[in-house]
Write a new protein. Structure first.
Length: 343
């Protein structure tokens, strides 16, 4: 250990050996692409500093699997299903194995805490926390035991590494599409921050951008009963020409209800959603939506976890990745909708 008794990291070894951190990492796991002389030099320096080889490096050298846990908030949600697949794909490419757990009730943070404890009992090398509902204090205590990365959720926990969707950018991009289509009276389907920090951040950014562009906006609050009938009624009474739904699943429910009542989408009212993954991305549906960067976030999260396993002492990293607006048939310009209605 160094003089201040903190654990020796690969940063200390790299400085003493006069090589890069990447070279130290490769040498410690006996990467065949690293020359024998370099490996011997790095290992000698590491021993002289009292470096304790971490579990990740030992597993790599012995060909044993490196197991990382993942907490997925709601496995019934196609977005989390797509995230799980993307995590597995990237983990396979990086030589890791993913063990995923989910809470039976995604609205109960205590269940997620129990799932994290279960993963820790399996002696995982790290945990990807794909949920924003677990309390900051609880995570802070648990992250002292293994490296943790907040993934695909707003990064709200102090000093925690995280890769998130850029929800504010998504909200602004969706608002821009609505405005560009000529809509000036818009109903926005919102949820409380306690139920979904991600959706709340996105819809708040959307409403702010719409109002700054001169649109009139009314908020349709989420209800646990998923009362789309009340939401559709309120949007019509407000005179909204477009409904911005919390996600694609909500949009499909609104569309089905509208169709059952003879309300044509997008002729009578336009609709827009968010997610565009799995079944929601099907061309036959043609949903106007926003693609969340699931693959990109999963890859960046696994890569960050690998870096943490190699060197737990790296500086805190936080990154927000932007998705893209997906044009579709459910959002029509006002002039186009009026022309179709007049036929």
């Amino acid at each position: 250990m160094t003089a201040d008794r903190r654990p020796v990291t690969i940063v200390d070894i790299a400085r003493e050996a006069g090589v890069s951190k990447a070279t130290v990492s490769r040498a410690l796991r006996e990467d065949p692409d690293t020359s024998a002389s370099t490996r011997e030099h790095v290992i000698e320096v590491a021993r002289s500093l009292g470096y304790v080889v971490n579990a990740h490096a030992r597993a790599l050298r012995s060909a044993a699997p490196v197991i990382v846990g993942a907490i997925l908030r709601d496995s019934s949600n196609p977005v989390y299903g797509a995230l799980h697949v993307a995590l597995q794909r990237r983990a396979n490419a990086r030589g890791l194995s993913i063990v995923a757990m989910t809470a039976v009730d995604p609205d109960e943070p205590e269940e997620e805490l129990r799932a994290i404890e279960a993963l820790l009992s399996l002696r995982v090398s790290g945990i990807l926390v794909c949920s924003a509902t677990v309390g900051g204090a609880d995570i802070a205590a648990l992250s002292a035991r293994v490296p943790m990365v907040s993934l695909a959720s707003p990064i709200t926990r102090p000093a925690m590494h995280g890769i998130a969707y850029d929800e504010r950018a998504a909200g602004r991009d969706l608002a821009a599409a609505i405005i560009a289509s000529g809509h000036r009276r818009v109903a926005v389907h919102d949820v409380p921050r306690s139920d979904s920090p991600s959706v709340h951040i996105r819809t708040t950014a959307m409403m702010t951008a719409l109002r700054r562009s001169g649109a009139d906006v009314t908020r349709i609050s989420y209800t646990r009963e998923h009362d789309e009938a009340d939401g559709l009624r309120r949007a019509q009474e407000y005179g909204a020409t477009a409904i911005a739904c919390a996600n694609d699943a909500v949009m499909l429910r609104y569309m089905a209800l509208a169709e059952s009542r003879g309300i044509r989408v997008p002729v009578d009212i336009s609709m827009i959603g968010c997610d565009h993954v799995g079944p929601f991305a099907a061309p036959a549906l043609g949903l106007t939506s926003y693609r969340l960067p699931v693959e990109e976030v999963a890859s960046a999260g696994v890569d960050l976890m690998c870096d943490l396993l190699d060197d737990p002492g790296i500086a805190t990293r936080r990154q927000r990745l932007r998705g893209e607006f997906i044009p579709g048939r459910t959002l029509a310009p006002i002039a186009t909708a009026d022309a179709v209605a007049d036929r």
